[in-house]
Design a protein around this ligand. Structure first.
Ligand code: URA
Length: 269
């Protein structure tokens, strides 16, 4: 079979996926009661005691790898999702949109930011977070040491709710598969949920009392991806003091990504 060329970054992603798969496989063997596996003497830890009656298993054939995804494939998949979104009429929001807003950014982002839904500016330009809330998000992203092009920015619904109302649960349900498909392609290292709609739309809640104020700053998980809920940038425009909480949450994100968080912003900035 001819070799396929992939970038070093993809190769590293691939390798870490393979190691995770193998680790899961070893856990599975443990659940099956298998306590030992055959191991090359070159890597066997010498300090391990030799067990009495080991239950040996023959080496497993290598697990099949998911086919490598090239940059071109990932871009093409994201474009295909955007085209489907542009033609979508699954809920009533399509009727009043100027254009759908699928989201934009780096195809292999460290961070995927998810907001609520397009506002007027986004509906006009077809881009996520380009209005006032977008400027606030840009400041946050810059403070984190990234540019907007290095992260991916999307929303839970892709069409503007009339008068910027909160999207209805059924609208979020209809739209969520597009976001799920995007996440499957992007494979972000961390997801940041901006505000209540992003949180409620992506993470099933046991109770309506679990609000964004209660969960912000606490790690959640979406499909194995560490997920940090925090306040929406529009909330920061109305409550600047909440920036301290959001900054605290973003420091957790940076630490999780192995990046040194920059110093806290000076008061009033
Ligand atoms: N608010 C959002 O949640 N998303 C946008 O794209 C803009 C404002």
């Amino acid at each position: 079979m001819a070799n396929v060329r992939i970038t070093r970054r993809e190769a590293k992603r691939h390798l870490s996926g393979l190691v995770d798969d193998l680790a899961r496989h070893i856990d599975f063997l443990g659940e099956e009661g298998i306590t030992e596996v055959a191991c090359s003497p070159a890597i066997a830890p010498e300090s391990l005691p030799v067990p009495g009656t080991p239950r040996k298993i023959s080496p497993q054939p290598p697990m099949p790898l998911a086919p490598p995804v090239s940059d071109a494939d990932a871009s093409a998949e994201l474009k295909a999702i955007a085209q489907t979104v542009a033609a979508c009429k699954k809920c009533g929001l399509h009727a009043k949109r100027r254009q759908a807003v699928p989201g934009q950014g780096n195809i292999y982002p460290d961070v995927l930011f998810i907001g609520e839904g397009p506002g007027e500016d986004e509906d006009k330009q077809g881009l996520a977070f380009v209005g006032r809330a977008g400027q606030m998000l840009t400041r946050l992203i810059t403070r984190m040491g990234y540019t907007r092009d290095e992260v991916f920015i999307a929303n839970i619904v892709k069409c503007r709710p009339p008068n910027n109302r909160k999207p209805l649960p059924e609208e979020m349900n209809m739209c969520r598969p597009y976001l799920e498909q995007q996440i499957a392609v992007l494979k972000p290292k961390v997801i940041v949920l901006l505000g209540a709609s992003a949180f409620e739309g992506l993470i099933p809640r046991d109770s309506p009392w679990i609000t964004i104020s209660k969960v912000r700053g606490k790690w959640l998980e979406y499909q194995g991806i560490p997920t940090m809920p925090t306040f929406h940038p529009s909330y920061l425009l109305r409550n600047p003091a909440a920036m301290w909480d959001v900054w605290n949450d973003m420091q957790l994100v940076l630490t999780r990504l192995g990046r040194t968080p920059p110093p806290a912003p000076a008061k009033g900035k």
